[in-house]
Design a protein around this ligand. Structure first.
Ligand code: SAH
Ligand code: SF4
Ligand code: F3S
Length: 452
């Protein structure tokens, strides 16, 4: 599809709109770094100010495609006024929709996927030369990480992707189709990226993957390393104060990994361990590979090694065939485990998934009512988790000014947000704070003066 030939103006600015998970956030950061290196592009906060607009999309739940098209409609108006503007759609919707995007929205210049974004500078060059639309969504064998510029620290808390993709094929989920098969980065590459970030401002590193505990990477010794081995190695890096990871799958929570929570001081006592449902029938139908007892055993083992471990999870209500009794089993699991937080979703059928072919037979009103019940229970659990911190003195990694004047904001080791009266000079430090008050989703405290 050729377009009018005109001399392109110079590219100066970039706007990235990111949807979805932490890995998409990570990818967007890498895209911004890469476009800065290739074209000197500067990030701007408004699409109207951008020469290049990139959407990094997510297709995990319903209406994601529609949301992308309606946002694109807004960008089209900008492009009508400034035809030189480049619009790219990447991420999981880009991967799934491919050429359909340019059929529906011909003003989109580039479509790419999570495994092809390292080609962005090249693609931009091509479309500026030839003014053609490009779609690159094949899943290349080559490692995109080899083609990205070195990672830079963007604050005190940085993320590092260690593995990507998923081989689990839970029946409801698009991720195995959008991110592709599980692929682990070599240990040396991960350690190098972490070292690089720690040489910058990073104090905390979060290791990312769709299922980090499926990590199997080549170690510096030529052997295959598993996730726990990698954790111990990262924890030893100079300057690392806090280590976290997300997401892990109950099927690969090994005993060694549970032990690591008691042994690695840098590994923070917070774990996101999605279970989706508390009903054995539903877990089986979802193809999760374990039953509720297995999940309880893991939680027990984790708490044995790390009694203060804070837990969070994901839940889906209204999966096809979910009965009242199935849903009760989910509420019961939540009461038994006791979570700090949970992310609760209404099931939505996704094209191309096995469950997408079954009837979406739980009525919307029932899904809504179950979701409200989950929210109510989780509000109680979050409140009691917050209240249990009151009176304690905890370490807070100060991240930024809070919205309220004179207040600073940071996180505890178990990932709770704390506000306290402080000073911007404290940003990037780990400070002792005595918790004085609990709110619904956060805490308030007072700095404990240690008397310098
Ligand atoms: N890899 C992670 C989760 C990835 S997706 C894991 O295995 O747990 C994040 C969450 O989105 C899932 O945990 C699930 O709760 C939710 N989700 C995924 N597909 C969904 C769908 N079709 N409908 C509703 N929620 C969904
Ligand atoms: Fe999706 Fe299941 Fe893979 Fe998680 S484990 S990404 S829910 S298929
Ligand atoms: Fe969404 Fe893709 Fe992440 S579907 S949740 S952006 S892996």
């Amino acid at each position: 599809m050729s377009k009018q030939a005109n001399t392109p103006k110079s590219l100066d600015t970039l706007f990235i709109k990111t949807y979805g998970c932490q890995m998409n956030e990570y990818d967007s950061t890498r895209m911004a770094d890469m476009m800065k290196e290739a074209y000197g592009l500067r990030l701007v906060a408004a699409p109207a100010d951008a020469d290049v607009i990139l959407m990094n999309t997510c297709s995990i739940r319903e209406k994601s495609e529609e949301k992308v098209y309606s946002e694109l409609g807004r960008y089209k108006k900008l492009k009508d006024k400034r035809p030189d503007m480049i619009i790219g759609v990447g991420g999981c919707v880009g991967q799934q929709e491919g050429e359909r995007i340019q059929q529906r929205a011909p003003y989109v210049d580039i479509v790419f996927g999570p495994q092809t974004y390292h080609r962005l500078p090249e693609m931009v060059k091509e479309i500026r030369r030839d003014r053609v639309c490009l779609t690159e969504v094949d899943m290349p064998e080559i490692e995109k990480f080899d083609h990205l510029p070195k990672a830079k620290s963007h604050g005190f808390v940085d993320c590092v992707t260690i593995m990507e993709g998923c081989d689990k094929f839970c029946t409801f989920c698009v991720v195995p189709y959008t991110r592709g098969p599980e692929l682990s980065r070599p240990v040396a590459d991960i350690l190098e990226e972490c070292t690089q970030l720690l040489a910058g401002d990073a104090l905390e590193i979060s290791l990312l993957g769709q299922n980090v505990n499926a990590y199997r990477g080549i170690g510096p010794d030529g052997d295959e390393w598993d996730f726990t081995m990698l954790l111990y190695a990262v924890a030893e890096l100079e300057g690392l104060k806090r280590l976290r990871f997300s997401t892990s799958h109950p099927m690969e929570m090994t005993s060694e990994l549970c032990v690591a929570f008691g042994e690695i001081p840098q590994l923070m006592p917070y774990l996101h361990l999605p279970v989706q449902s508390g009903s054995d029938q539903i877990l089986k139908a979802m193809h999760r590979g374990h039953d509720r007892e297995h999940y309880f055993r893991i939680i027990d083992e984790l708490r044995q090694h790390c009694p203060d471990l804070a837990l969070s999870s994901d839940f889906i209500v209204g999966y096809p065939g979910e009965t009242d009794a199935d849903f009760e089993a989910t509420l019961d699991l939540i009461r038994r485990v006791g979570y700090d937080t949970a992310y609760c979703f209404k099931y939505s059928p996704r094209p191309g998934t096995p469950a997408g072919k079954s009837a979406d037979d739980v009525p919307t009103e029932v899904k809504d009512a179950r979701l409200q019940q989950l929210f109510t229970l989780m509000r109680e659990q979050t409140r009691s988790a917050m209240e249990s911190s009151v009176g304690k003195t905890v370490d807070v990694l100060v991240e930024k000014n809070s919205r309220d004047e004179g207040d600073m904001q940071g996180r505890t080791s178990d990932f709770k947000i704390v506000h306290f009266k402080g000073n911007p000079r404290q940003i990037g430090q780990i400070m002792p704070v005595r918790i004085t008050e609990a709110y619904g989703q956060s805490l308030r405290g007072e700095l404990v003066l240690t008397g310098e």
